[in-house]
Design a protein. Structure first.
Length: 474
């Protein structure tokens, strides 16, 4: 057993779980989703039946039946005297592998590889003799790649030298490294909500205390809340996605960028800008002026080729002023010893074709977005579909807080999604669903057909009192 979750914490994580009858199956499904989303880690001890029953205001027999259902599907194990413990993913749903063949997986929100990637790899492999004569990795990154990344920033209007770039094994590695260097246990970090869940995991692993600032598809960032949070909590760091934010797809206006920069400077906070989706423009046009020009020493940028080229190309980077780069380099060996030479050589070659890559990605994402929006407006017109000018996903607003129940139901129909609460910092967002548009248009249309069927089933199965309570809040 690695950890324990209290009845109160589990009740908060479950949110509006009672979306259908019988209650014990709704409870079991909600706990399954927490496990599938890794919001409830493997080998976590669950609360005793009596404690959870009290926290949820249920009978103990209902909780016992829910736990029994979880044991039957292999999600938990129960031992007399030791309670119930969640099981690792590989032991869950042993009979679902065959049923999952041909499923539409919309959990990762990653486009397929850029078509020219294989040719670039073949060209680099042709120069293998020169590559294998090198050490094979280094903690800073090859000069050729760092110069290519620096030139990419210069084209965007951000003066950068190769000495201000550190190459990493993907953006996630960069987030972990930045967090480990800048944060101590208990330090506060301002973060958007909803947000990229793996960033939340990395920051919490570093011991951070997260301070959420809302961002919505229509109103953008809550600047009043953000300015108050900066002034009140004096966060050591702020983690932001200013361009095509994941999952909302929203981009900061110039005023929002300038407000965050000013508030961060006043609080002495380092602004960590995750720009992994910044180049996925469909029809936004020119970039806002904020966060451009010479970055102050308190701005750190993170980028990667995972979304723009291919998720399997694990090359990312950190752009920061020289002293910070040296601190990251000194701390890196505790995480990894560098990015492999072959991947770096491929990445350096790709920057020469970046204009072509960006144009192809824009066309691919436009086709997916338009197909998804059209299918949603036709099949599920009661959902609120935002206008999104780039990025990888739509942040849909449902007409009832049943996102978790919907994700569980549509999974049985061969569509894999992540529920809204997966992207929350402080809980909630069960009225929202992230729908990536990175899959082929025909798959997206089929996925919407399955969602329409599931939504009818989930809405019909939800207790009338629950739906009435939700609709009275809207």
């Amino acid at each position: 057993m690695d950890s324990r979750i209290s009845a109160r914490a589990l009740a908060a994580a479950l949110g509006g779980w009672r979306t259908r009858e019988p209650a014990y199956e709704a409870l079991a499904d909600s706990i399954r989703l927490l496990c599938l989303d890794n919001r409830l880690a493997p080998r976590t001890a669950l609360p005793a039946e009596r404690e959870l029953a009290a926290a949820l205001e249920l009978s103990r027999s209902t909780v016992a039946a829910g736990y029994r259902s979880l044991r039957e599907t292999g999600h938990i194990a129960s031992l007399r005297g030791s309670g119930s413990v969640t099981l690792p993913l590989r032991r869950r749903d042993p009979g679902r592998a065959a049923a999952a063949e041909g499923a539409i997986d919309l959990q990762q929100a990653s486009p397929p590889a850029w078509p020219g990637l294989a040719g670039i790899m073949a060209d680099v492999a042709g120069n293998a003799a020169a590559l294998v004569s090198r050490v094979g990795y280094d903690v800073l990154g090859s000069v050729e790649l760092r110069e290519a990344i620096a030139a990419h920033y210069v084209r965007r209007g951000v003066p950068t030298s190769a000495s201000e770039v550190l190459v990493t094994t993907g953006a996630q590695s960069a987030i972990h490294l930045v967090a480990s260097v800048l944060l101590g246990r208990g330090d506060r970090v301002l973060i958007e909500t909803p947000t990229y869940p793996h960033a939340v995991d990395a920051l919490r692993r570093a011991g951070a205390r997260l301070v959420g600032v809302p961002v919505t598809t229509d109103q953008g960032w809550d600047l009043d809340r953000a300015e108050q949070a900066f002034a009140r909590t004096l966060p050591v760091m702020a983690y932001l996605m200013p361009d095509f934010q994941n999952p909302t797809g929203r981009s900061m206006s110039q005023a929002e960028r300038e407000a965050f920069l000013l508030a961060g400077e006043r609080a002495g906070s380092v602004l960590v800008l995750d720009e992994t989706t910044a180049d996925l423009d469909i029809d936004r046009g020119s970039l806002p002026a904020g966060f451009s020009g010479s970055d102050p020493s308190t701005v750190v940028r993170i980028g990667s080729l995972g979304k723009t080229v291919w998720g399997g190309l694990r090359v990312g980077w950190i752009r920061a002023e020289g002293d910070l780069v040296r601190r990251f380099v000194a701390a890196r060996p505790a995480h990894d010893l560098g990015t492999p030479e072959f991947e770096q050589a491929v990445a350096a070659a790709l920057f020469g074709d970046f204009g072509e890559i960006a144009a192809q990605r824009s066309a691919l994402l436009r086709a997916g977005r338009d197909a998804l929006v059209g299918a949603l407006e036709t099949r599920i017109p009661q959902w609120r579909v935002p206008v999104t000018h780039g990025g990888v996903s739509l942040w849909i607003e449902l007409d009832a807080a049943l996102s978790s129940a919907l994700v569980m139901d549509v999974r049985s129909r061969g569509v894999l999604l992540s529920a809204g609460p997966r992207f929350s910092v402080d809980g909630g967002h069960d009225r929202h669903l992230r729908l990536p548009f990175t899959a082929p248009p025909d798959e997206l249309v089929r996925a919407v057909s399955s969602l329409a069927e599931s939504w009818t089933s989930v809405r019909a199965g939800a207790p009338v009192s629950f739906v009435e309570r939700v609709e009275s809040i809207v």
